[in-house]
Write a protein that binds this ligand. Structure first.
Ligand SMILES: [Fe+2]
Ligand SMILES: [Fe+2]
Length: 136
């Protein structure tokens, strides 16, 4: 692997970390909006952004896994598919007027996401780090 490819792997790792921070920022914003009893429009907008951003984030991880031949690709992608399905369900419940149900589910997503990041994502990032240290 050439130095340019290594630098690219490092950039992918930093981007994934940055996106995780933003996912948590959006969840905190959602929690604060609910706690402050903000309008349904405001809460819906944050929820919509969280769902859309998470889909983009998962694509970023898929790209990194394919670029660097990550061996855990299939299981990781399956987890993302389940998460996206759950996120879309929350959004459609919210849009259908099931607001309390959708908001409870959205708050529970923080626990799911932490579990995913500490498990599957941590393993992926450790793999990318190993590529930096041992390019052979
Ligand atoms: Fe992931
Ligand atoms: Fe992630």
């Amino acid at each position: 692997m050439c130095p340019g490819e290594l630098a690219h792997g490092n950039a992918e790792r930093r981007e994934i970390d940055r996106q995780h921070e933003y996912q948590f920022e959006l969840l905190d914003r959602l929690h604060a909006a609910i706690a402050a009893d903000q309008s349904a429009g405001t809460i819906g907008q944050i929820l919509d952004e969280f769902v859309s951003f998470s889909e983009v984030h998962f694509e970023t991880e898929h790209l990194a896994m394919r670029l660097f031949n990550y061996p855990g690709h299939d299981d990781h992608v399956r987890d993302h598919e389940n998460l996206v399905e759950a996120l879309r369900g929350i959004l459609s419940d919210y849009q259908a007027g099931e607001k309390n149900l959708a908001l409870d589910e959205a708050l529970r997503m923080k626990g799911y996401l932490i579990g995913h990041i500490q498990g599957r994502d941590h393993a992926l990032l450790a793999y990318l780090d190993e590529l930096q240290e041992d390019p052979a």
